[in-house]
Design a protein around this ligand. Structure first.
Ligand code: SF4
Ligand code: SF4
Length: 237
């Protein structure tokens, strides 16, 4: 365990804990869009900034990828922290001015309109979808392409990815809900990945419950019998 102070409170935290977790544990409100405790931190949205004092040195840093350390003093609400978070929020808001999630977060920070020139994007490049696909699903069907202002998340060659299993994990973690997954009848579509999958109909109740491709992927991975995933979770004994 290490001892540190967060917003004046002395706390103990397990070594390896990230500051964002330790601070939220003691009631600090730290905004973030790209942090998900199930995935490796990435520090992309830069909304979780905090000020860390170590001896005589002080620095502003992202708290999602900064581990707790003995003796440090952390401020989650210093003037500098609030100023830089606000600038980062304005930049994100200017990139995605029509996202309801972003609009609401910006409003909570007192921003009604960003000062920067507006774009018309819906992706904040947080990388959550890429990390979930790689680290949780284990297939790497999507990745970042290009650099700078032309950076996107996409499938290889912007075409149907041969390894995408249609599981939807990317859509579930996306903070701006911009992947556009929808199940219509027996088809699952992904607007952003320009792809669709046939859903398996449960052999008992007929409900289309998961993409056939995903079920086959899971069946092979777990070495299950051929008909094991023919029934939906509700009808499975
Ligand atoms: S739906 Fe495709 S791209 Fe999205 S997480 Fe699953 S495998 Fe990856
Ligand atoms: S599509 Fe969504 S999850 Fe992926 S980088 Fe963009 S905002 Fe993040």
């Amino acid at each position: 365990m290490v001892k540190l102070r967060i917003d004046g409170k002395e706390i103990e935290a397990k070594e390896g804990t990230m500051l964002i977790e330790a601070a939220r544990e003691v009631g600090a409100v730290i905004p973030s869009l790209c942090y998900n405790e199930e995935l490796p931190p990435y520090g992309a949205c830069r909304l979780c900034l905090v000020e860390v004092k170590r001896g005589k040195q002080s620095r502003i840093t992202t708290s999602c990828n900064y581990p707790v350390m003995e003796g440090i003093e952390v401020s989650t609400t210093s003037e500098k922290v609030l100023k830089y978070r606000r600038i980062n929020m304005e930049l994100i808001f200017a990139r995605c001015p029509n996202s309801e999630t972003i609009k609401e977060m910006a409003r909570e920070m007192g921003i009604e309109k960003p000062r920067f020139s507006l774009k018309d994007d819906d992706c904040i490049l947080c990388g959550l979808c890429v990390r979930a696909c790689k680290e949780v699903v284990g297939v790497s069907a999507i990745s970042f392409v290009n650099r700078g202002t032309n950076r996107w998340v996409a499938t290889p060659f912007f075409d149907h990815s041969a390894v995408c299993i249609g599981c939807g994990s990317c859509a579930y973690v996306c903070p701006t809900q911009c992947i556009g997954m929808e199940d219509v009848g027996t088809i699952r579509r992904f607007r952003k990945w320009n792809t669709e999958f046939k859903l398996k109909e449960c052999k008992v109740c007929g409900y289309p419950f998961a993409p056939e491709f995903q079920l086959e992927f899971m069946r092979k991975k777990a070495n299950l019998p051929k008909d094991y995933l023919d029934t939906c979770p509700n009808c499975r004994p």
